[in-house]
Design a protein around this ligand. Sequence first.
Ligand SMILES: Cc1cc2nc3c(=O)[nH]c(=O)nc-3n(C[C@H](O)[C@H](O)[C@H](O)COP(=O)(O)OP(=O)(O)OC[C@H]3O[C@@H](n4cnc5c(N)ncnc54)[C@H](O)[C@@H]3O)c2cc1C
Ligand code: SF4
Length: 473
Amino acid sequence: MKKEPVKVREVPAVTRTGNFQEVVLGYSEEEAYVEASRCLQCKNPVCISGCPVGIDIKKFIYQITRKDYNLAYFTIREKNNFPSICGRVCPAEYQCRKTCILTKKDAPFASEKAINIHFLERFAGDYGKNNNLDVKEEKGQKFSKFKVAVVGSGPAGLCCAGELARQGIQVDIFESLHKTGGVLRYGIPPFRLPWDVLDFEINYLKKLGVNFITNFLAGKAKTIKELFTQGYSNVFLGLGAGVPSFLGINGENLCNIYSVNEFLTRVNLMSAYKFPEFHTPVNIGRNVLIVGGGNTAMDSARVALRLQKLNGLPLNTTIIYRRTEIEMPARRLELEHAREEGVKFEFLVQPKEFIGDGRGFVRKLICLKSKLKEPDSSGRRRPVIIEGSEFQLDCDLCVIAVGLKANQILINATPELKTDKYSDVIVDAETMESSIKGVFAGGDIVGGEGTVIEAMGMAKKAAQSIIGELSKK
Ligand SMILES: Cc1cc2nc3c(=O)[nH]c(=O)nc-3n(C[C@H](O)[C@H](O)[C@H](O)COP(=O)(O)OP(=O)(O)OC[C@H]3O[C@@H](n4cnc5c(N)ncnc54)[C@H](O)[C@@H]3O)c2cc1C
Ligand code: SF4
């Protein structure tokens, strides 16, 4: 008899919108065993080609079926430093699950029947975390005379630091914010990635000897040149993409229109949902509109719904997207969760102009309907406006979540650092070295907005290049 996929346990939608606690509860030992047993242990495990860091998926799943959880954990750790994080946030439906043999050929994303690789990874990762498996790991000593500066403490910076510190290299991470973790802390809400999961990984790096220096804006506090004169042999740039894009339409400067960064930073990093216990408020309204179709839009909408509920307001948050659901780049799981929680959707709609209330606050959004034409350069079908289709939506708060660009401060302070037309740092694809000798880069500052695992993949490559360079010295 064919086994059905094991559904992961989740907090019911009506309960979870009342707080910021984790929604997906993960697999129990028994559930993990049953799901792992569905894996066909293919001769040619095509799932591995879908993982940007090449985890031996077949092997760790087999180890779960043998209840060898320690081994499963270390199999993943050979390639991925943060299994508990990736098991929670990786867009598996576009990656390993999509290439799993159980997904129908040419499907736009993973079939339901594909093995739930991400939930199994999370299970093994949490097992390792709960049993403190990493702490016993030995640290190399060969490179202990070298020190490397890592700028940015997002997944790229953390991953690079971990790889280097494990070889005994001294690593200092410089972070401009007062807390570490990058988007994992200030962007992804705790109901998707609880802070204790992130803190575990950061504390592990501290145990390996990685030194974190917060409130340090590289480019202003110190230049790359100055870091070298302080004795760092190399610099790794994991600056991320944190500069918001806007719509460029009339009325966009009215009060209560937020960029996605400001909105999520206020809530996640500055705990606006605990106002007045914490000092940064978000003036949530009755009619919330979110513009965009990616993870950032989905997170903003789910955060907004929770704020409405915590403030005793009816749940009325709508996502506006200019294409259809199929073209939405957001993770399917987040889309499902948003819908279950009560987020509404207006597809094939584009914002035209914001209207204020005469006192500087937004009140309405004038929109236009669109239809889809042939695909554009992104491969997605191109939306075009339908003439005369104008209509209005009530709007007391709007979040613009239409894309993020490279963080510029250090780049602007370093004219010799070559960048492309998007202001992303140009690197050698093999080594991740930039145009400045000894300076490497990875993550969103290189490829533009990407994923956590892609950022980690690039950082790992850069760390290997740095280690290779140091081994010749
Ligand atoms: C809201 C949101 C939700 C997302 N959801 C997902 C998801 O579910 N799954 C997924 O895989 N990906 C997701 N992503 C994308 C993913 O988070 C990013 O691809 C990833 O974080 C990139 O990592 P990074 O280390 O390159 O950059 P970041 O995480 O952006 O970290 C860069 C760090 O560098 C610091 N910094 C920048 N400039 C300086 C400077 N001059 N000096 C010192 N420090 C500096 C920044 O403060 C920041 O802490 C999401 C992104 C957002 C914004
Ligand atoms: S492709 Fe799917 S079924 Fe085959 S080994 Fe990988 S996860 Fe298991």
